[in-house]
Write a protein that binds this ligand. Structure first.
Ligand SMILES: [Zn+2]
Length: 558
């Protein structure tokens, strides 16, 4: 058995040997399982046609017959003339080129797709492939329909020389036009996606989904090993590695792809009727005098109570269709900032916030809610997505502050925070921030430059922690309660200073005593605030937000 490769030696076409776990699998069973090995979960490669069949609603996919002909621009001959290689690839796949373009629906959402086929010359990116991907993007642009790119490629097609290289720029340009037009782009990365395709359209999409075990990278492993003269660590460039390193949004098993893509694509279909409506008037407190004045230090303890609902608790309790997106697309995925696409009743929005935990393990896993630069860059990415798709942005603030470690300094914590402050002043969409617990310094403000800033009644918002303030000014951290009082970090003071616009009353005993009720009140508050902002256009939203922050220190407190 050890020497057996392929089908022939193991009893004809009925059985197939899994290249990973070496199990013999009955071919029909494998097909029923979407070509995923039932023994080890290895995702076998699919042809473009199989992929379309698996993803699209039955009978909905219509081929887009763009006529392209790669020709033979260089008169290229290696061991065989290039046109001969093309012809045999065409015979093998039944496709004119390495991409199949279709239009149809996934879970009822319309989508234009360009699906690559690795069997056609290794999915190499030549002029015809670049042209087909570009035409699919243009088709999506003309009809204002989301674009899905399914990639599988070894890289640029050498037989077409520098003309193949130029396809990276051409396709990237097509995606930039979709960005400018606010049209959702999604890529599904399948194994393998390397070189020119990885470094252009595969990774430029708004949402990047990857199949388990699929590899994506710029340089192929062999090239890297030859260049650096070292053996690569296992797992490099695999889906799971890429998720950890912030390059992709999610690893999605094949069986779950149609439903997952349907959810994501639904955010790209804009219904003119969607507006915050029927909002019950939320009870927001605008007069600090109505708020109970307890001890400031006790309020700080309340705000930090680990039993308070976290950002993810609120998201799951008050929003629907939450699709969490991951990564900063640079180097990592910070666990102390979470966010994604969701709906508040029927209103689609982008939500993001600081994530803490309830138990010691959870708190450690999310770094106690202290974001790294990658966290702020993930937030920035989500803010840009909100701007592009013209979706309101909701941010939930609950952090002791930005992470103050050496790695954070190496990765530009100050720059990441500053960048977010600037990005938020430019967002052409309604922005609502809610301080749900601790609003700690620049790390909090970096996601809170909003049109309206709300806070729960026991929340605090401060330039520095009371402990930090006491250590610096009193040279004694034990003076924290005194500092808490002096800093006026409670909501009644914040209201008077205009730092916050409204207070959401917490249930008796605090948000932690009745998380469901707290979430309900938060939902009402956000909905009515969005309703209030819905009459403003992009220019007005930006102008209003800038005026809000421009006024601090120049006008008498309200
Ligand atoms: Zn297997």
């Amino acid at each position: 058995m050890t020497a057996v490769v392929g089908d022939a030696a193991v009893g004809g076409a009925e059985w197939q040997l899994c290249a990973h776990c070496r199990s013999l699998v009955y071919r029909k069973r494998l097909q029923r399982n979407r070509s995923v090995c039932p023994e080890c979960g290895r995702h076998e490669r699919l042809t473009a046609r199989e992929r379309v069949r698996q993803l699209f609603d039955a009978g909905s996919a219509t081929p887009l017959d763009f006529q392209v002909d790669p020709g033979d621009p260089l008169g290229f001959v290696d061991t065989r003339p290039y046109p001969e290689r093309i012809r045999s690839a065409q015979r093998k796949t039944g496709l004119a080129e390495a991409v199949l373009c279709v239009r149809g629906t996934i879970g009822g959402s319309p989508v234009v797709a360009a699906v690559m086929d690795f069997d056609f010359m290794g999915g190499s990116l030549g002029t015809a492939v670049g042209e087909l991907v570009t035409r699919a993007a243009e088709h999506a642009l003309d009809r204002r329909i989301p674009l899905l790119l399914v990639t599988a490629s070894g890289g640029a097609r050498m037989q077409e020389g520098a003309l193949a290289l130029m396809q990276m720029a051409k396709t990237s340009q097509a995606l930039a036009e979709l960005d400018e037009a606010g049209i959702l782009t999604v890529s599904l990365i399948t194994d393998p996606t390397f070189g020119g395709v990885a470094a252009s359209y595969a990774t430029l999409c708004d949402v990047i989904v990857i199949e388990p075990g699929a590899r994506l990278g710029f340089a192929g492993p062999r090239v890297i090993e030859q260049t650096i003269g070292r053996v690569l660590p296992t797992g490099l460039q695999t889906a799971e590695f890429l998720l950890d390193h912030g390059m992709v949004d999610m690893v999605c098993p094949r069986a779950a792809l149609p439903a997952t893509l349907a959810r994501i694509l639904s955010f790209g279909v804009r219904d003119r009727a969607e507006r915050p409506s029927g909002a019950r008037t939320a009870r927001l407190v605008h007069d600090g005098g109505e708020l109970v004045a307890g001890s400031p230090w006790e309020t700080v303890q309340q705000a930090r109570d680990p039993h308070r609902p976290t950002t993810l608790d609120y998201i799951h309790a008050m929003l629907e269709d939450f699709e969490e997106l991951h990564g900063d697309r640079l180097a990592s995925d910070c666990t102390s900032v979470v966010g994604g696409l969701a709906r508040l009743d029927d209103v689609p929005l982008v939500v993001l916030g600081n994530q803490k935990g309830h138990t010691a393990t959870e708190l450690a896993a999310c770094n106690f809610g202290m974001a790294t630069p990658a966290g702020y860059r993930k937030a920035a990415r989500l803010m840009r997505l909100a701007a592009k798709l013209r979706l309101p942005l909701l941010t939930l603030v609950d952090t002791p502050g930005a992470y103050p470690g050496p790695e954070a300094e190496e990765q530009g914590q100050a720059v990441a925070i500053a960048d977010n402050l600037r990005i938020m002043t430019r967002l052409p969409v309604p922005v609502v921030a809610v301080v749900t617990g601790e609003g700690g310094s620049g790390g909090a403000l970096a996601i809170a430059v909003a049109n309206r800033v709300l806070a729960f009644s026991n929340a605090v918002y401060s330039v520095i922690s009371p402990e930090g303030c006491a250590a610096i000014l009193w040279k004694d951290a034990a003076q924290a309660p005194r500092a808490a009082e002096a800093l006026r970090l409670e909501t009644r003071h914040l209201l008077a200073l205009g730092i916050i616009d409204g207070v959401i009353p917490e249930p008796e005993g605090g948000a932690q005593a009745d998380p469901a009720l707290a979430a309900e009140r938060l939902g009402h508050a956000v909905k009515s605030t969005l309703e209030e902002l819905s009459g403003l256009d992009a220019r007005q939203l930006i102008a209003e937000r800038r005026l809000r922050f421009r006024s601090f220190g120049t006008l008498p407190p309200v």
